[in-house]
Write a protein that binds this ligand. Structure first.
Ligand code: CP
Length: 335
């Protein structure tokens, strides 16, 4: 392993500077509600209210954003690239497979070389929990690090675009919402970040629905209710978050067959009947049709899965902007 540990060491919110500004964006856990609201509000301002298009805002001209994706990605990597371009930043997409990582260069040595190229923001996706925080703790120049998904730990920008999507379609009063997260929560960094975000924004009720083998073993500490039955779990729910089976993070078989999972926990026309009739359906993607969600449901107007992707551009612009501004202000103050 190129870095110390697979375990997250609790720290005193290393992502906020002494003035409470966002210096890195690593996890939603312990972030103040106001920071989450600032992200949502800034993201909203990046939309043209007439056309619904994401606007250009050249606030990061001269800044270089390095996309460091050690795991596959379509949505996160592409929307970070678009977000950086819309902010007029330079974007450097390191192709990990053809980079010197393949010759044994460590994560930190890769980062130090990119720092020498004057990259100001690092967007890091890595298969090991804690990788983004590790980079943030070890950078040698005043750069910002944004977690684009680390192991099973966190995917905070995904959770923020999900919160944005919920707020856009259902309003800002999260206390009114009963939210169900369905499926493979155990292996989901998205679910962990969503739970923190929902709690911080004051969600009325958060439910996890799935088989015992795919739910966290200590759900009470997360402030959620657990259901193993779709009918009971979806009853009266306002928002349904569907997760895919994260087979790449499963060690050993945890399910009899994929068909059995779909029969019990797939979101289908039949299971959806138990939720509120206008329940909003979101999914972080990639979706697996016929595995965790019926194809017709994924394409129905109730599902806003592709709107989530569009919202991800503006939300990532807001996060890039806020983190960059923190460092710009710090370097201005040090002049
Ligand atoms: N939701 C998500 O992280 O998708 P990608 O893996 O395509 O980035």
């Amino acid at each position: 392993m190129p870095y110390k540990s697979d375990l997250i060491q609790p720290a005193i919110c290393p992502q906020l500077n002494q003035d409470g500004q966002l210096a890195h964006f690593l996890t939603i856990k312990d972030l103040p509600k106001q920071i989450l609201l600032d992200i949502l509000n800034q993201a909203e301002a990046f939309f043209d209210p007439k056309t619904g298009m994401v606007l250009d805002a050249p606030t990061l001209a001269g800044t270089t954003v390095a996309n460091l994706f050690f795991e596959a990605s379509t949505r996160t990597r592409s929307t970070f690239e678009l977000a950086a371009k819309k902010l007029s930043a330079n974007i450097l997409n390191l192709n990990i497979q053809s980079s010197s990582v393949s010759k044994g260069e460590s994560l930190l040595d890769t980062v130090y070389n990119l720092e020498a190229m004057h990259c100001g923001l690092f967007v890091v996706r890595h298969g090991t929990s804690g990788a983004a925080q590790f980079v943030a703790e070890n950078v040698r120049t005043p750069v910002g690090v944004i977690n684009a998904g680390d192991g099973r730990h966190a995917h905070p920008t995904q959770a923020m675009l999900d919160m944005y999507t919920i707020r856009k379609h259902r309003g800002a009063d999260f206390s009114q919402f009963c939210v169900a997260i369905v499926g493979d929560v155990l292996h989901s960094r998205v679910a962990r970040s969503q739970i923190h975000a929902l709690r911080t924004l004051g969600a009325g009720e958060i439910r996890l629905i799935g088989p015992k083998t795919l739910l966290p073993s200590h759900p009470n500490s997360l402030g959620v209710e657990v259901f193993h039955d779709m009918k009971r779990g979806l009853a009266g729910v306002d928002i349904i978050i569907v997760l895919r089976l994260q087979l790449e993070r499963m060690q050993g078989a945890r399910l009899p067959t994929g068909d059995a999972f779909y029969d019990c926990y797939g979101l289908t026309q039949a299971s959806l009947m138990h939720a509120k009739s206008n329940a909003l359906i979101i999914h972080p993607g990639p979706i697996n049709r016929g595995v965790e969600i019926q194809s017709e449901i994924a394409d129905s107007p109730q599902a806003v899965i592709l709107d989530q992707v569009t919202n991800g551009i503006a939300v990532r612009m807001a996060i890039l902007n806020m983190v960059a501004r923190t460092h710009q202000q710090a370097s201005g103050a040090n002049r």
